[in-house]
Design a protein around this ligand. Sequence first.
Ligand code: HPA
Length: 286
Amino acid sequence: MSGGGGPVGVASGHGVELAVRAVLERFGPFEPLLGVILGSGLGGLADRFEGAQVVVGSDLPGWPRSTVEGHEGKVICGTLAGVPAVGLSGRVHMYEGHAPEAVILPVRVLVGLGIRALVVSNAAGGIRRDLRAGDLMLIADHIDLMYRNPLVGPVGRGETRWPDMYGTYDGELRDAVRAVALERRIPLQEGIYAGLLGPSYETPAEVRALRRLGADAVGMSTVPEVIAARAAGVRCVGVSCITNLAAGLSPELLDHEEVLETTRQVAERFQSLVLGSIERFAPLLG
Ligand code: HPA
């Protein structure tokens, strides 16, 4: 995809290139087809890479530092279900005070390494009435309520200025995930993810408003990364782990520890779903 005729992002482009070069120097020639972002508490998938080589984000130039428990920043290169892949274990969030372009630097690096598709995962609060803590939800689409689009600023290398967001969560990849869920008898919901800036959780009034807007689940991540991937023409697919009912839908107060505990409980199902899906993605990534 072309840069849309706009100026190439000199500052961010340079930072991305340095980080891409650092990854390649570390791991040698490597052509991943797939990127995988592991959300809160879902980093266990990192252990399922074969031939894994790992670098911590703090060893890479310009890599944003996470300050959140459960979000240790690591880049893992290897193969997942036979597909050459790069995993990002831990991510940074806009609510930590990072600039939007810092939040998407890791995705731009994956794009620079040549990925064709991106799998995103996150923890989210369930808004739709049938969602329960521990459910996995295939993301059908998103609503961006983060108030700062990560593409504001110079156009990144290989990105279009005005990405079309139709089909953002790829139909074929979603079909594959649904098929695996059926085959492996993994219960799978599907719905719309609303991305809010955070870090405060929502008020019950906001949750009611989000429901009226059409949101099924709410979280504080994913949207910037997916927008960046789409700007570069990378196909996206995402799974939310519903870790709690959104504010006001249960008598319990929201708590980050509870979020992590729920992700630990679903880790096995989540990993099985993602690994099975990647096997099915393989012929689609050529
Ligand atoms: N709201 C926002 N983000 C979240 C939630 C929630 O209820 N649960 C996990 N991440």
